[in-house]
Design a protein. Structure first.
Length: 184
């Protein structure tokens, strides 16, 4: 795993760098395929802040903690990341067991629609350039907001567990959240 450390408003000593690397490398015990980690350390007046972003093959995990001591902030953010990784790994175990082979044998309808859109566009500027697929599982609105914040997204699409409809939550400019529901 590649670990990038950025220090803002403080000197990144070899001791701090080694401490961060040792702590972040512990996260590899949860996943063998962690791609990279970005650690940002900075000081704001009396606050020492540690922010960690870890990218695995299909997910991104973020944690930000602050403390009076930089080492304590690093420990808190690593603990938070490890908790997220452990929770994600447990969910993956459950989903792997429940996934059936029939879902893997479905024809690729979305890919065919995408190709027809590109072919019909004939070189126009406004063409879909990327299609992302993901499993949709029933989730509550609060869980969707939490997942969106963990991933650092501005919006998040999910299957509402209460209504069984596809919904989208998004972060508004004033810091509150919005919810898009289909009107059927």
């Amino acid at each position: 795993m590649q670990i990038n450390i950025t220090a803002r408003h403080l000197a990144l000593t070899p001791a701090i760098s080694e401490y961060v690397r040792k702590k972040v490398e512990r996260c590899e015990r949860y996943f063998d395929h962690l791609v990279w980690a970005q650690v940002i350390l900075y000081v704001e007046k009396y606050r020492q802040v540690s922010e960690i972003v870890i990218h695995a093959s299909k997910s991104t995990f973020r944690a930000k903690e602050e403390s009076i001591d930089l080492y304590a902030a690093i420990d808190l953010s690593v603990d938070k990341i490890e908790k997220q990784l452990k929770k994600y790994k447990e969910k993956e175990k459950i989903h792997r067991k429940s996934k059936s082979r029939s879902s893997a044998d479905k024809p690729d309808k979305m890919g065919a629609r995408f190709l027809s859109l590109v072919e019909n566009a004939g070189g126009k500027g406004n063409v879909i350039s990327e299609v992302k697929r993901f499993d949709i599982k029933p989730t509550s609105v609060l869980e969707a907001i939490s997942e969106m914040d963990v991933m650092g997204y501005k919006f998040y699409m999910f299957l509402n567990a209460e209504t069984s409809l596809i919904n989208v939550v998004y972060k508004r400019e004033n810091g509150s959240y919005g919810l898009l529901e289909p009107d059927m």
